[in-house]
Design a protein around this ligand. Structure first.
Ligand code: GRF
Length: 207
């Protein structure tokens, strides 16, 4: 250990959690600047919660259906994160939209990963829509969350070529290979305080 304090983060999930796994694996390294203190899922029984348990990280279910509206759900998610002393929300396949109150609780401290080159193809079907549109390049976007869906300042993008015979599954699989490499890097840079936001522009500072 370097002795440097690690930034406590909550990872928000809804399903498989392969991106969560890449962050957990990176965080197992002694010098990684973030610690996953809680995994929050909007659905019970998902594989991501098994991954959290296997890593010895608390898993919390904040079930969408248990709350009357988005505001109440958002408060519960933020409360669960704060209860575990998380200082940032890392969205990793989290399929719910948080209410603006989350931005007040975690200002410029919510990060999302999206499987397309934003601002093209935001939303839940970015991979399929990229193929349907006939683009030759898609990829990965990691961005700060703002009040609009898949819209906030872009931290990192990496392109992935679309092959003529690609299906949603084959393209998503190659996109995820990139995601698993870049998301832990972005989370590390964020946790180490290396990302400076100026309007829509994110500057990477330091080595
Ligand atoms: C990822 O492709 C991510 O970009 C998108 O949802 C997928 C989640 O996959 N938002 P996983 O749960 O991390 O395996």
């Amino acid at each position: 250990m370097t002795g440097r304090p690690r930034t406590p983060i909550a990872v928000l999930v809804s399903g498989s959690g392969s991106n969560l796994q890449s962050i957990l694996d990176a965080a197992a390294g002694a010098d990684y600047p973030a610690e996953v203190v809680v995994v929050i899922s909007d659905r019970p029984g998902v594989k991501a919660l098994q991954r959290a348990a296997a890593a010895g990280v608390p898993g919390v279910v904040v079930a969408w259906g248990d709350y009357p509206d988005r505001d109440a759900f958002t408060v519960a998610v933020c409360d669960a994160a704060v209860a575990h002393h998380a200082e940032a929300l890392i969205l990793a396949g989290f399929m719910r939209i948080l209410a603006p109150a989350a931005l007040d609780r975690f200002p410029q401290r919510i990060v999302n990963i999206h499987p397309a080159l934003l601002p093209s193809f935001p939303g839940a079907h970015g991979v399929a829509e990229a193929i349907a549109h006939g683009v030759k390049l898609s990829g990965v976007s990691v961005h700060f969350v703002d009040a609009e869906v898949d819209h906030g300042p872009i931290i990192l993008q990496e392109s992935v070529p679309v092959r003529p015979d690609d299906t949603e599954e084959t393209l998503h699989a190659r996109i995820q290979q990139v995601e698993h490499r870049v998301y832990p890097e972005v989370v590390a840079a964020f946790a180490a305080g290396r990302l400076r936001v100026a309007g829509r522009h994110v500057h990477w500072e330091g080595p």
